[in-house]
Design a protein around this ligand. Structure first.
Ligand SMILES: Cc1ncc(COP(=O)(O)O)c(C=O)c1O
Length: 367
């Protein structure tokens, strides 16, 4: 009954943890990859108003005129892009699928930093591409030197993700520029997933946008405005790629939800500094609580940490943690290695401290 491609992917390990979690009454849930703040009222009001005013039909495939113009203005202000082509997508996930469908032929190689966001591997495989993993342990920094040996005749696309899910690593502008220079030498398309750009704690976000003519930028509203359920993002990049993605959107997603586009437009006027500062504090709190008992890199962005499990035995450690009602995700969900685990500091201070105490106790026992 099923197509062969379904054999190339399996159920996300994150789901397995969620299933286990459902059986625990009051877990300390450090597996939630979304902010704990709600959508700002301004955005809610705009979405509700859009519904009431009858904006409930298909929008243009590429997104409403207002939102596309607002995004283009933002791209001009931030990166100096003049009239960039914009496609409003159903989340960055929608953009990723369209981008890979539009650019990767069966058998083409896609360079992916390991550890990686789960979708990169699975979507690449579903469309017939070959994920090629670039190991970035132990510091999780993707550099041109690490990428170079993996480039072959079949390399088509390089994925960047800064800040990174699951490591929280943030790339410097120099690292990005060096990588883009390498990509230019080999005429590679670079897909830069900058969904966590608002969540940078140790300095301004460095972007790949506008620094090489074959950069495809994907940005999202999910994390910045706490609207993961609303499904909104956008893409900009080489006109040919954006046109192809727009055509594919016409035959798949059709358009991003109309009222969500209105809500997202209103959200773009808001500063989220206060919420982001709250995450910076939690990053510090959690890092300080874990650093003596774990091998752990201090993350600079997103809301994840990727510590090494005691003895590098992640599955065993995660099973122990879940038994003790702390939900974390084993690293093999995000990696070809099974040595680390991901935790999200998206819950309140109290739960973070209780969770850290349990994890540290288990780590001391398992050493
Ligand atoms: C790196 C990365 N890219 C994309 C996404 C998907 O985001 P969206 O909700 O915009 O589809 C996520 C969500 O966790 C993510 O971590």
């Amino acid at each position: 009954m099923l197509a062969d491609r379904m054999k190339l992917i399996d159920a996300s390990g994150i789901r397995k943890v969620f299933d286990l979690a459902a059986r625990i009454k009051n877990p300390i849930n450090l597996s939630i990859g979304q902010p704990d703040f709600d959508v700002p009222d301004v955005a809610k009001d705009a979405a509700i108003r859009a519904i009431r005013d009858g904006h409930n039909k298909y929008t243009q495939t590429q997104g409403t005129g207002e939102l596309c113009r607002r995004v283009a203005d933002d791209l001009k202000a931030r990166f100096g892009l003049v009239d960039p082509p914009v496609l409003v997508t159903s989340g960055v996930s929608g953009g990723l699928l369209l981008a890979l469908m539009a650019t990767v032929n069966p058998g083409d190689e896609v360079l992916i930093a390991d550890p990686y966001f789960v979708m990169y591997k699975h979507l690449t495989r579903v469309i017939g591409g070959k994920p090629v993993f670039i190991d970035t342990y132990p510091d999780f920094h993707l550099t041109a030197d690490r990428i170079r040996p993996h480039i072959t005749e079949r390399t088509r696309l390089l994925m960047l993700n800064s800040p990174c899910n699951p490591s929280g690593a943030v790339m410097t502008q120099q690292e990005i520029d060096d990588i883009l220079a390498l990509a230019a030498q080999h005429d590679l398309l670079v897909l830069s997933d900058e969904i966590y750009d608002a969540f940078c704690y140790d300095g301004p976000h460095a972007s790949a946008c506008g620094r090489y003519d074959k950069v495809l930028l994907l940005k999202g509203f999910s994390k910045t405005y706490g609207m993961t359920g609303w499904r909104l993002g956008y893409a900009t990049g080489p006109a040919q790629v954006i046109q192809a993605m727009t055509m594919l959107q016409q035959y798949t997603f059709v358009c991003a939800p109309s009222m969500v586009q209105a809500g997202g437009l209103a959200a773009m006027d808001l500063g989220m500094e206060e919420e982001v500062a709250g995450f910076a504090e939690r990053r510090d709190l959690m890092y300080d609580a874990l650093k003596d008992d774990f091998e752990i890199v201090r993350p600079s962005g997103a809301f994840y940490m990727f510590p090494k499990a005691p003895g590098g035995r992640a599955e065993e450690f995660v099973a122990e943690a879940i038994k003790n009602e702390v939900l974390i995700i084993p690293g093999n969900v995000f990696s070809e290695r099974a040595t680390h685990f991901r935790l999200c500091y998206t819950v309140d201070r109290d739960q973070l401290l209780r969770g850290a105490e349990i994890l540290c106790r288990l780590a001391r026992q398992m050493r």
